[in-house]
Design a protein around this ligand. Structure first.
Ligand SMILES: Cc1ncc(C[n+]2csc(CCOP(=O)(O)OP(=O)(O)O)c2C)c(N)n1
Ligand SMILES: [Mg+2]
Length: 356
């Protein structure tokens, strides 16, 4: 996640974000990759599974990350800047190979074509999602991906009018919220998240702790309704905190990550609904500003106002729980499980409706 703040999605060489929460173009590139240089990336467990048989060169200044590596390759201990300097000094100068002239030239050209095709495919995804995300259908709840894209535009425009603001710091909670942020809110921000702990309830307390250390920078906590539910008491502390934060709640009325984990295994949704109170009213009762956003058109102005205000604010954004978080490359088993779950859910609704 922190790496998503380094490059903007508009970078011409980007093929997308890696991992099942990322993009298909990145997944396909990794499948064909033969040597992968990973700079400060946790490869533990399924957090970043590397498809294909690439030889991994993993650089990290944390020896623990290197010990956790399960993929074939080598670990290089050091900071990214120092290690890259050392590696570049050892590289032979590149030779220009005209395609077809020498052995391997055709292979080289085919690799370049493959890479360019993946970059183009990521570019198409970006354009398509920007278009479709512009205006959700009238009367429909706000898709979480639309919330992230709007947030991205609002953050990119900070300082356009009036006082310039520093680079935003964004803390991210655990749940499907993490996937939406990872996939749709890249670039020009510093992300902070729980890394391998994957503990819900991290984002808001983390933002409160970070805000005094980041004067002049907007600090935002992006958190699901489940995550805010277990840390709501912190809002009372937020009213007395030395520096303001903006808390954005992805309120989809569910523990949606759990719902989709059940569904990809073929099981119908079970007990993942949440009975939420009114988070915005609760925030106001604690002495901080609270705004409930139900309409896509309200979203950008509400975000701008929250970021411009110099006090802590909670935006309770009512989101669509039905936007499907397809993995970058769904396995046939996951796709079949998901369909089976949907059929079972439909049958259960019909039984329920007949009994009523
Ligand atoms: C402290 C803690 N409890 C439980 C979990 C398991 N868990 C992971 S995601 C999730 C649901 C998160 O729900 P929400 O915050 O509403 O986000 P959503 O998935 O709906 O976006 C749960 C229960 C966890 N990671 N940490
Ligand atoms: Mg939720």
């Amino acid at each position: 996640m922190p790496g998503r703040g380094v490059l903007s999605d508009d970078h011409p060489h980007l093929v997308g974000a890696a991992g099942s929460s990322g993009h298909r173009s990145a997944h396909r590139t990794l499948e064909r990759c033969d040597t992968l240089l990973a700079l400060g990336v946790s490869t533990r467990g399924g957090a970043f599974d590397i498809p294909g048989g690439a030889f991994l060169i993993q650089v990290d200044r944390d020896p623990l990350q290197l010990c956790r590596r399960t993929h074939r390759g080598v670990g290089l201990y050091g900071t990214v800047a120092e290690t890259l300097d050392e590696l570049l000094a050892r590289l032979a100068p590149p030779t220009v190979v005209s395609p077809g002239r020498s052995r391997g030239g055709g292979r080289e050209a085919s690799r370049r074509r493959f890479l360019r095709a993946r970059q183009a495919s990521f570019g198409r995804w970006r354009r398509r999602t920007r278009r479709t995300g512009r205006v959700p259908r009238a009367g429909r709840p706000i898709p979480p991906s639309f919330l992230c894209r709007t947030l991205r535009e609002v953050l990119a425009g900070l300082g356009d009018e009036g006082e310039a603001m520093g680079r935003p710091v964004v803390t991210v909670d655990v749940g499907l919220t993490t996937l939406w942020v990872y996939r749709y809110l890249p670039g020009q921000v510093d992300f902070v998240w729980t890394s391998s702990f994957a503990a819900m309830g991290f984002a808001m307390p983390a933002a409160l702790a970070i805000a005094p250390l980041a004067p002049g920078r907007p600090v935002l906590a992006l958190v699901g309704d489940g995550g805010i539910g277990i840390t709501m008491a912190e809002l009372a502390a937020a009213a007395h905190a030395p520096a303001p934060v903006v808390v954005v709640v992805f309120n989809n009325g569910k523990l949606a990550a759990i719902k989709y984990e059940q569904e990809v295994m073929g099981w119908p949704e079970h007990e993942s609904e949440l009975c939420n109170g009114d988070f915005a009213s609760y925030a106001r009762a604690c002495g901080v500003n609270g705004v409930r956003v139900t309409n896509p058109e309200q979203l950008a102005p509400a975000l701008r106002a929250a970021l411009a205000g110099r006090t802590t604010c909670l935006l309770d954004v009512v989101c669509d729980p039905h936007e499907t978080p397809w993995p970058a490359r769904p396995s046939p088993r996951q796709a079949a499980g998901f369909l089976l779950a949907r059929v079972r859910e439909a049958r259960a609704s019909i039984r329920h409706w007949r009994r009523a």
